[in-house]
Design a protein around this ligand. Sequence first.
Ligand code: F6P
Length: 544
Amino acid sequence: MSDTNSPTQTPAWARLTELAATARDMNLREQFEADPGRAERYTVTAAGLTADLSKNLINDEILDALIALGEETGVAERYQAMVAGEVINTTEGRAVLHTALRRPATDSLMIEGDDVVADVHEVLGRMAAVAERIRSGEWTGATGSRIRHVVNVGIGGSDLGPLMAYRALAHYRESIECHFVSNVDPTHMVETLKKLDPAETLFIVASKTFTTQETLANASSAKAWILDGLADADASEAVAKHFIALSTNADGVGEFGIDTANMFGFWDWVGGRYSVDSAIGMSVMIAIGADEFGEFLAGFNDIDTHMGSAPLRENLPAMLGLLGIWYRNFLGFPSHAVLPYSQYLERFPAYLQQLDMESNGKSVHLDGSPVDHETGPIIWGEPGTNGQHAFYQLIHQGTTVIPADLIGVINPAQDVGGQHDLLIANLFAQAEALAFGKTGEEVAAQGASEGLISHRSFAGSRPTNMILADELTPRVLGQLVALYEHKVFTQGTVWGVNSFDQWGVELGKELARGIVPELTSDDELDHDSSTNALIRHYRATRRR
Ligand code: F6P
């Protein structure tokens, strides 16, 4: 998109700029008083998800203009281009087809003469067979013991997605316990392995490229641990029985020493942060079984279908994306909080950080021209109620407005002494408090002393999306993830950026490769004075 094609040049952008001038002072109490049907009118449903969007700083005029922006920037058209396999990741020359990973086996999608849906189901079938052998105990380690622990070794999308889903679906987990090692910090692997027995442990090396420094380093140390712990077994049998790989790079897997018969592949049209529903989800499949994993995929597909068919006004991912643009570009709010009221979703905000910030943390349009507008916000969050006792103070009374998604599950997998109702009461109370606040008069009426009135008042009109699910099933989790994938897609499309590359992570990797040998040598240093001094300090202080 050239500058003249920037979204800032659309009529809708100009209209939203006008509307923003007054919207900053919008008072949600007044909006609700003036419009008794507001909650109902601004509720949007998608598959098993219901979202109350009424506590946003919007009215019908603003919504109309946001929808016009989505139309003028071609959100629906670009979505169709994506799911059809067009090469929309232009900087890497790739199609973007994570939606093909969850299409039913009865579908087909021909790309360059190949049915990619059939390819996906071929891999899913192989994954299911191996997952079942591991779950049933038929797959044994080199000493004949059954596998009781699986360690996923991967980072970024090869860690965040499976870890998030494994935790979210803990209730569905059966006998096998999964662990996730991502950090190149050796303490991560060492602490994880402390309580594990090599004879009962299977490593899954998860890396799309199979070139990622952190993952290869951890996989090597895992291999050494297995070979050391199973010294009586034949080394190649130990590796064959204790390692499987998830990757697009068969050569890299072979070079590492993992039999490619134990490799589950995917394709370059799956971005790392969009890969939890590919072979990268193997640890989740082992934990919950292939049938439930199929449900997880069906949930993604529910939202894909919704995204591809619902008009923008009733399209939940698109609406969340457009509301985010309203706050980021027109009201100037720099961050967005995701606050799940579900301990099972404890890793969901971390997962979304990569999905959103690696996708839309961009400063140039598709054609390389610099953007003339803000792009991706800072995404962050923690589960409620914990966050309430940590950072909600700032959300309620700080000087920065932080729009938030509040996510709740109506029917709990576990309930003890009515605690779930307590959790949900907190969820609803937070949305109410943020939206409607507490005036000085109300504070005074409760007997507060004059000097404390301003301290104890809440301005309100702090926006939230309330997203509710009936139950946290694998299917609903798939729906939630796809909801955010397509929210991010909507925003990237409006901004005209490439949401599917990640060049911004490369420079640090490149420089780290140069610094590694410098830490252990006495060679002259040729960095800036700060980096040189840091390296010298490390050399002098590091005990070996
Ligand atoms: O460095 C960023 C990144 O490329 C992510 O996009 C990706 O999820 C992660 O690294 C891990 O990559 P891989 O799966 O190839 O090891």
